[in-house]
Design a binder for this molecule. Sequence first.
Ligand SMILES: [Ca+2]
Length: 185
Amino acid sequence: MNVFNADGSLKWGAEDTGHMHTGWVATALDGFGKLAMAEHHEWRPNTDGASDSGMTMQTLEHYLFNAVTGEAARFSLPAPLGEVAPADIDGDGYSEFIGGGKIFDRFGNTLAEYTGYRVRSGRILEEYAGEQLMTNENGKIYIWADLDARDGEIMKKRLSYRFPLLLQKLTASGYNSNNALASCL
Ligand SMILES: [Ca+2]
């Protein structure tokens, strides 16, 4: 896992840790600091027929970094970190975390619950403040939003680059299906 400066030079790297399959970057540290999570998975044969491929993915370990400095960070939620997606639901600049039918704040408090399974998240509805969650429940698509959300300065600056909006249109690969969440790093 490497982080690069804008000029392409290496800012910091954590190498020789194996293949990182899932990860995200969230604004979850004090002072709007960036937290990076990378999860090390391994595919192992299963013998119980649990998957069509005959392989089961097992989480071996996850790593947490201050994304800017590369220093090890501490962070936990009441849900597996590899199964949540960060999104700034209320627009205040800090990430909330979506997973397992709940939306958590960065301290692990449950803010809301949803039904269905998560399809993607991010600024799905451009005209609404904050970021939203799209779910699929029995073939019906729902979009969940905080109607009290207000875009703070960080959200306004993010959107000024248009990338969060453009990424919402690039969902075929799965690499950005949850905006901030990446799979197969
Ligand atoms: Ca927020």
